[in-house]
Write a protein that binds this ligand. Structure first.
Ligand code: PLP
Length: 441
């Protein structure tokens, strides 16, 4: 790995490239968030060095503080048992309320609009149970073509659950011929034509494959204008870039806590339900005892006394062992601040883009939008030589200690994460890629 990092000093290289590469050290020195890297564990490569990790879009790294939080949770369970549900240092119930507030500040929502529970796809189903209520002719769902499989499976099974044929009732918007990205105007156009048949638009915040960030307020406005509801899967957006979920007016959203939120594999997910839906008695919610207001929950009322806000969508009591790592991780995120993280992210991803475009454009094409406001950390690159060369590149990078992600047939996803990646990581990755391409030639 060190060898790769030094290649550019030893090999003759275009002067402009040398200057670009030399910027990394200056950027890292000036980085006000540089200290956060040390708060994370890095997977160790076979050579004993930490991996250069660019897979925050799949699984965020483990914050060092997590072990302490999990140990504390174990001790409380061990020594205080059931009592701690209600009292003691910080009762479990308070932990969960704090978790909602930490989440809320990261996604631009009111605390009452957030509830943290279950995993992402489970939450999508629970939210669809409330927000997909087909009636008469209005019974179609619109998603993007190429949606993450779990989202597609969820909406297809919801259609079937309502006795609707997905062949007729699922609309998938594809990018225009020969292009990779969907424009929001395509959705607007479709809704102008067929909006009277659409019950729900469910879109990603950031599209998992292309890294495109969609305009949430614009999509929501278009859906509402057509008389439909708008929901979002924010798996790749939450913790990645700032959003104003409340102001966007979107009806609901769900995301996971294990990508940019670093909350541990399969940890609890976040749900957003806009405040205007909280007191709507006609909105069907699938209930369990945890949907009951905390004040009367243990009175075991025969008829539910609904919790306020998004907590009314809770069903079961929360798993505190799963919540503990997420609590630790969100504390770091909130300490750094979403705006500061975004400022660094724009620079970090912009630097990656600059290096790729100037040094590797013969081999790679960036498919993520070039406009910074239409993307988060991730750049997705198409390997021009196709599947075999792409897989080779991915594997050789891995062998040299660089973790990226490969999606057949031709996409490599690279996410420099501002909490723990450096400009030097980005520089060394691109230099390593260049070395590999030279060896392949
Ligand atoms: C966009 C998207 N949707 C859904 C999922 C599934 O998440 P879960 O397994 O937590 O339900 C993922 C997982 O990576 C995802 O990226």
């Amino acid at each position: 790995m060190l060898e790769d990092a030094r290649v550019y000093r030893h090999k003759p290289m275009n002067e402009q490239h040398q200057m670009l590469l030399a910027q990394a050290a200056l950027y890292d020195q000036a980085d006000p968030l540089a200290g956060y890297r040390d708060k994370f564990h890095f997977p160790v490569h076979t050579d004993g060095n930490p991996m250069r990790y660019f897979c925050g879009h799949s699984l965020g790294l483990q914050p060092k503080q997590v072990a302490q939080h999990v140990d504390l949770a174990m001790d409380i369970w061990r020594y205080q048992g059931f009592d701690r549900q209600f009292e003691g240092g910080k009762p479990w119930l308070k932990y969960m309320q704090d978790l909602n507030s930490s989440m809320a500040s990261l996604v631009g929502a009111e605390a009452a609009e957030i509830t943290v529970m279950n995993a992402l796809t489970v939450n999508l189903h629970l939210l669809l149970a409330s927000f997909f209520r087909p009636q008469g002719k209005r019974c179609k769902i619109v998603i993007e073509k190429g949606a993450f499989p779990s989202d597609r499976y969820a909406v297809i099974s919801q259609l079937r659950w309502h006795g609707l044929d997905p062949e007729q009732h699922l609309i998938e918007i594809a990018p225009p011929d020969g292009q990779r990205l969907i424009d929001e105007s395509q959705l607007e156009h479709l809704l102008e034509q067929q909006g009277h048949e659409v019950a729900l638009v469910m879109f990603p915040g950031v599209q998992f494959l292309t890294g495109q960030f969609f305009d949430l307020p614009r999509i929501t406005r278009a859906a509402h204008k057509a008389g439909a509801l708008a929901g979002f899967d924010l798996a790749h957006a939450a913790g990645n870039l700032p959003m104003q979920l409340h102001d966007s007016g979107t009806d609901f959203a769900a995301w996971c806590g294990y990508k940019y939120m670093n909350g541990s594999p399969g940890t609890l997910g976040g749900c957003f339900i806009h405040a205007r839906h909280h007191n709507n008695p006609d909105l069907v919610k699938l209930a369990g005892w945890w949907a009951n207001a905390p004040a009367t929950r243990f009175d075991m009322p025969v008829d539910i006394d609904w919790a306020g806000g998004a907590d009314a969508w809770q069903i079961s009591n929360p798993p505190l062992m799963t919540a503990a790592p997420l609590i630790a991780a969100l504390a770091i995120h909130n300490d750094a601040g979403m705006d500061a993280l975004r400022t660094k992210s724009l620079a970090l991803t912009g630097y990656l883009e600059q290096l790729l475009n100037s040094m590797l454009s013969d081999h790679l094409e960036i498919i993520t939008p070039p406009e910074p406001e239409r993307r988060g950390c991730q750049l997705s690159v198409r390997v021009k030589a196709g599947t075999e060369a792409g897989e080779q590149l991915f594997q050789q990078l891995r062998a040299k200690g660089y973790a990226c992600d490969w999606r057949r047939p031709d996409v490599m996803r690279i996410a420099p994460v501002p909490l723990y990646n450096t400009f030097a990581d980005v520089r060394d990755l691109v230099v390593c890629m260049q070395t590999i391409f030279k060896q392949q030639a």
